[in-house]
Design a protein around this ligand. Structure first.
Ligand SMILES: Cc1ncc(C[n+]2csc(CCOP(=O)(O)OP(=O)(O)O)c2C)c(N)n1
Ligand SMILES: [Mg+2]
Length: 338
């Protein structure tokens, strides 16, 4: 897959970005800067031993698609995030401090310190709880979308899941039902090519978008590390879902640069170093930054200001989160979070 899509270059060279697109891409960039710096901070705190919880699933280097897709969402749309979800939660407007408090295992965290940021449920922010059992969320997405349809509400459900999850039957039966019942779901397969240590080549022969297509669902495949391209593809697909009240499917091809979780960071033997080097060069944040500089949407001074503001916000949030009250052992044992 090329570093930057031809269509993206064309849009930039011809100045085909409307004012609304420019505003949206700046929002995507700010989200990516904040979530990247936040995640790097969290990883360094965990490595220093300041974070005890091990539920830190890194999305470093694969966040571009999430930022772009969530930027197109409206407040009454529902998001079921993926495992590696800081970017989408931040993009949906969820407070960073509650994400941080959850990571520190605090009572006031996103999931009351009992799970992880992605296991939160919040009607206010349109966030539905992701299960730790992969693939099950697709059934949740069907349920929420059916509820929206029966109540004649305008929102749609965006469900992120991994390509590993997409090997489960429950995912495809959910897609089938969404097509049959004409449900407004945007299925996003965050295809980072690994499920723990298993490469996608051991999981499937047919590309996922072709499988989705076979259920009669509008399906596309996109370079997930080119945020502008994802933004334009997603915008079109959102328009389709809103207009037709039918599902759509996006195969977001990206790459997992870190280990499965922080325990796996040093155990990268199953990932080919050449492959990793290639994908490091396709960093979505750097790609978008270059595109925005080229299109004059930011200049280097503005980019620097955005980064400084993000660093200061993160410092404040971490200071606040660390001071909050820990979850007690009794509360922890009372709850099953699967
Ligand atoms: C049904 C089920 N099987 C196995 C697991 C253990 N598990 C947790 S995450 C994961 C990998 C999922 O891979 P993928 O869907 O590609 O998501 P990614 O980790 O790449 O974001 C597995 C196998 C689980 N949580 N649920
Ligand atoms: Mg995966």
């Amino acid at each position: 897959m090329a570093l930057i899509n031809f269509r993206t270059c064309f849009r930039l060279v011809t100045g085909a970005l409307s004012d609304a697109d420019k505003k949206a891409t700046l929002k995507i960039y700010k989200n990516l800067v904040l979530s990247r710096l936040f995640e790097e901070k969290i990883i360094s705190l965990a490595q220093e031993g300041r974070i005890k919880k091990h539920w830190i699933f890194s999305g470093l280097g694969q966040e571009g698609g999430q930022a772009s897709i969530v930027s197109v969402m409206k407040t009454d749309d529902w998001l079921i995030p993926s495992l590696r979800s800081y970017t989408s939660l931040i993009g949906k407007g969820y407070p960073l401090k509650l994400i941080a408090a959850e990571i520190f295992g605090k009572k006031d965290g996103a999931s009351k310190g009992l799970g992880a940021p992605f296991t939160l449920h919040s009607e206010k922010y349109g966030l539905a709880r992701r299960s730790d059992v992969v693939g099950v969320d697709c059934e949740t997405a069907v349920g929420i979308a059916l509820g929206l349809k029966q109540r004649k509400k305008s929102g749609i459900v965006v469900n992120f899941f991994g390509e590993g999850a997409a090997t489960r039957g429950t995912v495809w039966s959910s897609l089938n039902i969404s097509a049959l019942w004409k449900l407004p779901v945007f299925w996003v397969c965050e295809n980072n090519q690994y499920a723990v240590t298993t490469h996608i080549s051991s999981l499937t022969v047919e590309p996922f978008f072709k499988k989705a297509e076979s259920f009669g669902i509008l399906s596309k495949k996109v370079n997930g590390n080119d945020p502008l391209e994802v933004y334009f593809q997603a915008k079109g697909m959102f328009e389709y879902i809103r207009r037709e009240r039918k599902p759509a499917f996006l195969d977001l091809v990206t790459y997992r640069l870190m280990g499965h979780d922080l325990f796996y960071v040093t155990d990268q033997g199953y990932q080919n170093p050449k492959e990793m080097k290639k994908w490091r060069k396709r960093d979505p944040l750097r790609t978008l930054e270059r595109q925005l500089l080229f299109a004059g949407i930011v200049n280097s001074e503005k980019a620097k200001k955005i980064k400084t503001a993000a660093i200061s916000e993160i410092e404040q949030v971490i200071l606040w989160a660390e001071k909050q009250e820990d979850i007690t052992r009794e509360e922890l044992l009372k709850t099953s979070f699967l």
